[in-house]
Ligand binder design. Structure first.
Ligand code: KG4
Ligand code: ZN
Length: 349
């Protein structure tokens, strides 16, 4: 059994393990510096089914996890004994998929007599910004835009966030995926919509999306339905439509409101830094639009590299580092959880 730490290190070496969806990932960081970052994805198989099949994801994780962790440690140029803590995503996500990472991390930590850290996947997305900008310190405003969440948060400290607003229905990533499916594009839809939108013009009117009102809340189900209705009506009339124009119009409507409200939140809170996290933050149009808006408003923007916006293990290690600093270590009885509230302060132990 792990013996409690007598002295916490200043820049510990943290191994992060992520298996909440269709990516098996492992990474090693030292302080906020990334030493290695490995990923094996079953997305190619999943795209044959138009979405993630949980059973296929679990089996792919089981096949990949040992080799991915081994590669991460080897490429970091360290020995197993050099690892100071093992951080693993315990939720939210697909239960069977999470269990693979959690079981592996528990066995690994136990065998090495190292502390185990339980990471909320969404907090991992928020912590990715620390790897991009090692000097970053709260307070800041974070735009969280992933497949399951859309929210604007006010980070008061590394561990304490206020949720200023969020989606009332679908997450923005979910809307990208559903619209992509209607347009006959592959899963995951976001990158395909982005590629397609580059060839199109945003000339199709879209619903207003709680633009002026709604505080910092969003609603994506109306936008999604408007796109679906547009396509179906055209098809019923036997008329053609431009898929690139639909993609561009949807993308602008979905992203512009996020950018507008995120900048407004920074102004209202008197905070001069904005960070982003989550798969949709890899979207080129979002990145360019937000960068321009921040420049205009004289705000500093921390924009993690695209690969650290989508699911990865370096961000799990980064959140592990935050929890290490707080001395929040998990028991060997740790279990996976399919859902954990976004109100991340609830997770304080
Ligand atoms: O954060 P993430 O990798 O997984 C979750 O925790 O949900 O986000 C996945 C979501 C998917 O809905 C995917 O379509 C979207 O992020 N996404 C994008 C882009 N890359 C991934 N959406 C828009 N543009 C992109 N380039
Ligand atoms: Zn994610």
């Amino acid at each position: 059994m792990y013996t409690p730490l007598k002295l916490k290190k200043e820049n510990p070496i943290v191994l992060g393990i992520e298996s909440s969806c269709d990516e098996t990932a492992a990474a090693v960081i030292q302080g906020r510096r990334i030493l290695s970052d490995e990923i094996a994805s079953s997305a190619n198989i999943q795209s044959l089914y138009g979405g993630v099949v949980p059973e296929i994801a679990s089996r792919a994780h089981t096949d990949a996890v040992a080799a991915v962790v081994e590669r991460a440690v080897k490429n970091a140029g360290i020995a197993y004994a050099d690892i100071d803590a093992v951080a693993v995503t315990y939720g939210a996500g697909l239960l069977g998929a999470l269990l693979v990472g959690v079981s592996f991390a528990k066995a690994f930590a136990y065998a090495l007599n190292k502390p185990l850290i339980a990471v909320n996947h969404i907090r991992g997305h928020l912590a990715a910004a620390y790897l991009d900008e090692p000097q970053l310190k709260p307070p800041f405003i974070t735009l969280l835009a992933s497949g399951g969440h859309t929210a604007i948060l006010h980070a008061r400290s590394e561990a304490e966030f206020d949720i200023l607003g969020g989606t009332l229905d679908d997450a923005v990533g979910e809307a990208f995926d559903k619209v992509a499916r209607v347009l006959g594009l592959q899963y995951p839809g976001g990158p395909h919509i982005e590629r397609c939108a580059r060839e199109g013009t945003p000339n199709i009117p879209m619903p207003k999306m709680l633009k002026g009102g709604g505080g910092y809340n969003f609603s994506y189900s109306g936008l999604k339905t408007a796109v679906i209705n547009y396509c179906h009506t055209k098809e019923q009339k036997g008329e053609t439509y431009s898929i690139p124009d639909v993609a561009a119009s949807f993308q602008c409507a979905a992203i512009d409101v996020l950018v507008e409200k995120t900048v407004a939140a920074a102004r209202e809170k008197g905070v001069n830094t904005i960070t982003v996290g989550g798969g949709v933050a890899a979207n080129g149009y979002l990145r360019e639009t937000l960068a321009r808006a921040c420049e205009k408003a004289h705000l500093k923007l921390v924009l993690p590299e695209k690969r650290y916006c989508t699911d990865n293990a370096a961000m799990i290690a980064a959140e592990g580092l935050v929890q290490y600093g707080l001395g929040n270590f998990a028991e060997m009885s740790l279990n996976a959880k399919a859902s954990i509230p976004l109100s991340v302060t609830l997770e304080k132990k």
